[in-house]
Design a protein around this ligand. Structure first.
Ligand SMILES: [Fe+2]
Length: 252
């Protein structure tokens, strides 16, 4: 029971219209299929980590649809914005009894911190001084808790030039904060629509597939992958260990 089990759902790219598509894929249908798969395969969910680009065009109906589509998981949903999200609307539309936008969650021996790296009108990411200070304070406040940091943009290059031009532009300042604290165990992001899993100074750095289209790893120019929609599960153990893997839906 001391182990926490989370599901990461990212880059759902929902439209205001229910029949909205991205590169020919109906994103609402794709998310519904992922949710069905999660319900069938995941025995317990302590929370859903939704790491941005929840909406593709940033309208209220798309956020309402996001909440509705995740409702069958019957779990709290923790959201943060991506470059496609309308920031104010995202925070407003995603408030509710089971939905939290930004902030943090304390559970078990852990603290999950949800950062806003979105820059209005831009695709790359940036953590404002206030957001870096919030991270620093949260980590200082609970040195006894293991920490998982969630954001939208990658803080390290992933090996695709076109995506790495759109990463967090002040990653050095971010790691200055992270490296001051011994309790950070992992960080988790979206944005890159692909799996990534490396360890830096003992901290697990993780990116995950989108619930819709995927980008092909290792490409210098925009290239789609033929992988199906996916998600990540994470088990956060009481001793700070992280067990995790990604799951892809079968090709339909
Ligand atoms: Fe995205």
């Amino acid at each position: 029971m001391n182990t926490l089990r989370f599901i990461q759902i990212t880059d759902t790219h929902l439209s205001d219209r229910a029949d909205g598509t991205l590169r020919g894929l109906n994103t609402a249908d794709a998310l519904a299929a992922v949710v069905t798969h999660v319900r069938e395969c995941e025995s317990r969910i302590d929370g859903v980590l939704a790491t941005g680009d929840l909406s593709h065009d940033g309208g209220t109906p798309s956020y309402r649809r996001f909440v509705q589509l995740l409702a069958p998981l019957n779990a709290p949903v923790y959201c943060l914005p991506g470059n496609h999200d309308a920031l104010g609307l995202c925070a407003c539309a995603l408030k509710g009894p089971r939905v939290q936008s930004g902030g943090r969650r304390l559970a078990g021996n852990w603290q999950a911190i949800f950062l806003d790296s979105a820059v209005p009108g831009a695709v790359h990411g940036h953590l404002r001084p206030a957001e870096l200070a919030r991270l620093d304070n949260a980590l200082s406040e609970h040195p006894e808790r293991h920490a998982l940091i969630c954001l939208h943009h990658q803080p390290v290059p992933i090996g695709s030039a076109w995506l790495d031009a759109l990463m967090l532009d002040n990653a050095a300042a971010f790691f200055d904060v992270v490296d001051r604290h011994a309790n950070v165990r992992g960080m988790l992001w979206g944005h890159v629509h692909q799996t990534f899993d490396v360890t830096r100074n003992g901290v697990r750095l993780l990116a995950s597939p989108s619930t819709c289209i995927q980008f092909k790893p290792g490409c210098n120019d925009f290239t789609l992958d033929d992988k199906p929609p996916g998600y990540r599960w994470l088990e956060l153990h009481a001793d700070g260990g992280i067990e995790t893997s990604v799951e892809y839906l079968h090709h339909r």
